[in-house]
Design a binder for this molecule. Structure first.
Ligand code: PA5
Length: 425
């Protein structure tokens, strides 16, 4: 078991609990009380809920590293998969430390983009990592079938060297394909749902191919898990407190939307991962809130107006990264000549820092609840921590709402119907 480190995430609920943007105190106290029970339930899940055991795993890394080593001389690795089988890996691309092979994610089966990609690839130097928990998702299978065909047409004799499959260890079309061509297979843990799978081989294999330190990724996740499980009460566990904050607003009918607002390009794609996690886990039984992922400062010039003065049924989570004193400097003399004294000699990171603070205050002063998360940097450890925080917050929120955060009947219905329509011709 790796030594546990402190969580790198700093939370502030000040603006959500005090001032004009505060949530009702009594409601928050009641939600925290409920969250305490949810936290106790989570503690009882150790050894049962497979997700909780993933960050401390090391036994699975050797096989993944071995496979990654066999692929490393390829020019391109195309990761095929959709939803939870892709979004986590995509969020990790910002941590990329190497660009050979170039790892690309292909999730949307757009006929034109995919055909163009297959034409663009130097197929003899392309490896396909097909990821599907069920092994039966039509989009991914369509990509696999067409990629195999393109490889054969390009004169590739052995498909085996061009595919790695990540899927559950049971019979499925994808597993059968792997067996048919003799491709390497890595197991998708059966107890971990797609949108919770980024720390398994689903995210780990692409991460290894991008030169990312997966041990640090998992260690970051473990730091948050440890902090959460060790918390004396819900207010001391940011994941539980965050769920309680959401639940306070939901109970009042004031949580139509939850908005994640990072002030860092490195967390933009992360927002897409989080959006699926929240939406698919909690949008059930007529309940749920729409996750909206925006980016600062750019969305100040796009959506802040609505967020400040619109219907006011959202919780804002602003995520900032140390930027103060970082980046390029606005040259003093020219800035002054142009009357831009406030920019003269200031770094671009000072501007971003000031804007993040300004947005938080603007929202709060206008009665909008704001939670703030700060981290010094976004590296593998921090990314793992953020991912675990939001997975736990989502699970705990499911408990508070009384919905099952682990199923996705709506997604399954869509899959069944699509297959039926294709069958009918
Ligand atoms: O999170 C989920 O369960 C879904 O979004 C799945 O990840 C998605 O539907 C893809 O399924 P699979 O991994 O079985 O191909």
């Amino acid at each position: 078991m790796p030594e546990s480190k402190k969580s790198p995430l700093q939370f502030s609920l000040d603006l959500a609990l005090t001032g004009k943007g505060a949530v009702p105190q009594a409601g928050y106290a009641a939600a925290l009380d409920k969250a305490k029970g949810a936290l106790e339930w989570l503690r009882g899940q150790q050894g049962k809920l497979e997700l909780l055991g993933i960050p401390s795993r090391t036994d699975d890394l050797k096989a993944a590293a071995k496979i990654a080593a066999t692929i490393k001389d390829m020019k391109t690795v195309a990761v095929l998969g959709i939803g939870g089988s892709s979004l986590g890996g995509q969020a990790l691309t910002v941590l990329r430390r190497q660009s050979t092979p170039m790892v690309e994610f292909h999730d949307n089966p757009d006929p034109f983009s995919w055909a163009a990609a297959l034409t663009r690839f130097d197929l003899k130097k392309t490896h396909f990592v097909a990821i599907s928990k069920s092994g039966g998702t039509a989009e991914t299978l369509m990509q696999v079938l067409t990629a195999a065909e393109a490889l054969e047409k390009a004169g590739v004799k052995s498909l085996k060297k061009h595919f790695t499959i990540v899927t559950e260890p049971h019979k499925s079309a994808l597993a059968d394909f792997a067996d048919e061509i003799g491709a390497a297979r890595l197991a998708h843990p059966t107890g971990v749902g797609g949108r919770y799978s980024v720390l398994t081989m689903v995210g780990v294999l692409p991460a290894l191919l991008m030169g990312i330190d997966v041990k640090k990724l998992r260690a970051g996740a473990q730091s948050v898990l440890d902090e959460t499980l060790a918390a004396k009460d819900a207010s001391a566990a940011p994941a539980a407190a965050g769920a309680a904050l959401h639940q306070t607003l939901a109970a009042e009918g004031k949580l139509a939307t939850t908005i994640l607002w990072p002030y860092a390009d490195t967390l933009q794609v992360f927002g897409g991962w989080w959006r699926q996690l929240w939406a698919e886990s909690l949008g059930k039984d007529g309940k749920g809130s729409t996750p909206v992922s925006v980016l600062g400062p750019v969305d100040q010039h796009s959506q802040l107006q609505l967020f400040r003065d619109g219907p006011g049924n959202a919780l804002f989570t602003l995520v900032s990264v140390d930027t103060k004193g970082k980046g390029l400097t606005a040259p003093r003399a020219r800035a002054k000549r142009l009357g831009l004294d406030y920019l003269a000699g200031r770094k671009m990171g000072d501007l971003v820092d000031a804007e993040a603070r300004a947005t938080a205050q603007t929202l709060s002063k206008n009665g909008r609840p704001v939670r703030q998360i700060h981290l010094a940097k976004v590296d593998a450890f921090e990314m793992g921590a953020l991912m675990m925080h939001f997975m736990l917050e989502t699970i705990l929120m499911g408990r508070l709402m009384g919905v099952d955060p682990f199923d996705q009947p709506g997604v399954e219905e869509g899959k069944v119907l699509a297959r039926q329509y294709l069958q009918e011709g």
